[in-house]
Design a protein around this ligand. Structure first.
Ligand SMILES: Cc1cc2nc3c(=O)[nH]c(=O)nc-3n(C[C@H](O)[C@H](O)[C@H](O)COP(=O)(O)O)c2cc1C
Length: 363
């Protein structure tokens, strides 16, 4: 089964990379991603000209989410230049995407210095505000210092992803990485009445499975608005199925971080190993075929009744308890009241044994 993906002259043996963050924070970790995780490309922690002041603690796990106030690399850019990057590039067979932040002035300094080690750049816009003119000027500066492909990473607090995509395409970027962490968000400890894990302002940034639908929508919006831009999808991936969803939405490759913080670092290799059987399960013969597939939008306004597949029903009553229209009852078996049913579809998706079907849903 072919797992390769190619874009902007980069060749990836599989579509999964680590997302910028602590798991790619120094040479040891970059090599782990290449040698043990077997990622198709490797991304670095964001390098900037100034050192961050990182509050401790700074990474909290929740149910289906991670909250952090970790900022960018704690290592001086000279350590990256003199130690980590030359070390990584010895015997390297995998594209290295160097993450750089944040301002136009930072780019003036860092892009020329890092260019020799980069197969591509990813530029974080997380702390530069929402002014598209400023982002455009930053893109022009980067382009004036490198011929390598580069991808602008969009944060979800940027209000106009389509406008962002158009502006950066005009100014010479190759694509977008979507999305960075969601926020600002807040973590409260009821026991001690404290805000915990936050930065000076108290806020944390949220990632992991809870942001996946937002990440998918952003990938989709950007690809619709600027089809010639390469999109790299990131946000909430924890399985090979998630990877396929991002590729269907318009991504050419994907990244993951929180999945590994929640489930363990072996998850990179597991997802890559799971890709062939997952492609096969959904009737695809290669990663490229998934990328080339267009999504259908099957919106419908028809009313239709759910139906029960009786031999699958375990009578757990979850559909009865959760139906928002009070339309499901149990009278010897699960029954649907056609006068009350709103055809909302919640029962189909909430049933733990897939015992409820509705025409046009999940087919
Ligand atoms: C602890 C932590 C540190 C992060 N550091 C960076 C960073 O330095 N640069 C960056 O562009 N994104 C950073 N991110 C954002 C991730 O790269 C990624 O965009 C986000 O976590 C969504 O993906 P995920 O749900 O797979 O984690 C960080 C995220 C976390 C959780």
């Amino acid at each position: 089964m072919k797992l390769t993906t190619t874009f902007d002259g980069l060749y990836l043996s599989n579509p999964l990379m680590p997302a910028s963050g602590p798991l790619v924070g120094d040479l040891e970790k970059l090599l782990f991603m290449r040698e043990e995780a077997n990622c198709g490309a490797v991304v670095t922690k964001t390098i900037s000209t100034k050192l961050p002041k990182i509050p401790k603690p700074c990474i909290k796990a929740g149910k289906n989410l991670i909250m952090n106030s970790e900022l960018w690399s704690e290592h001086d850019y000279k350590i990256w230049l003199n130690d980590f990057l030359p070390g990584y590039q010895k015997n390297n067979d995998r594209p290295l995407i160097i993450s750089v932040g944040y301002s136009q002035e930072d780019m003036e300094v860092l892009i020329p210095l890092l260019d020799v080690y980069a197969d591509a750049f990813e530029i974080s816009t997380h702390y530069v505000g929402t002014d598209l003119e400023r982002i455009k000027a930053t893109v022009s500066t980067i382009r004036s210092h490198t011929k390598k492909p580069f991808y602008m990473k969009i944060s979800p607090h940027l209000p106009d992803p389509e406008g962002f995509a158009k502006v950066i395409a005009e100014a010479g970027a190759n694509g977008v990485v979507a999305i960075n962490s969601l926020g600002p968000t807040l973590n409260i400890n009821i026991n001690n009445r404290k805000i915990e894990y936050g930065a000076d302002d108290g806020y944390v940034w949220t990632t992991g499975p809870v942001i996946k639908p937002l990440a998918l929508a952003t990938v989709y919006k950007i690809k619709q608005a600027a089809p010639n831009l390469t999109v790299i999808g990131v946000g909430g991936i924890t399985s090979a199925e998630d990877v396929l969803e991002f590729l269907l939405a318009g991504a050419s490759a994907v990244q993951m971080l929180s999945g590994a913080l929640l489930k363990g670092k072996q998850l990179y290799k597991k997802i890559i190993d799971d890709l062939p059987k997952t492609l096969d399960k959904y009737g695809f013969s290669s990663i490229e075929e998934v990328i080339e597939t267009s999504l259908k939008n099957t919106v419908s306004y028809d009313e239709r009744l759910p139906e029960l597949i009786e031999d699958k029903c375990i009578e757990c009553m979850l559909c009865v308890k959760t139906c928002p229209y009070f339309a499901i009852a149990f009278k010897d078996r699960i029954t649907f009241n056609p006068d009350q049913c709103f055809s909302c579809g919640l029962c189909v998706s909430i049933c733990p044994t897939n015992a409820i079907t509705m025409e046009g849903v999940g087919e």
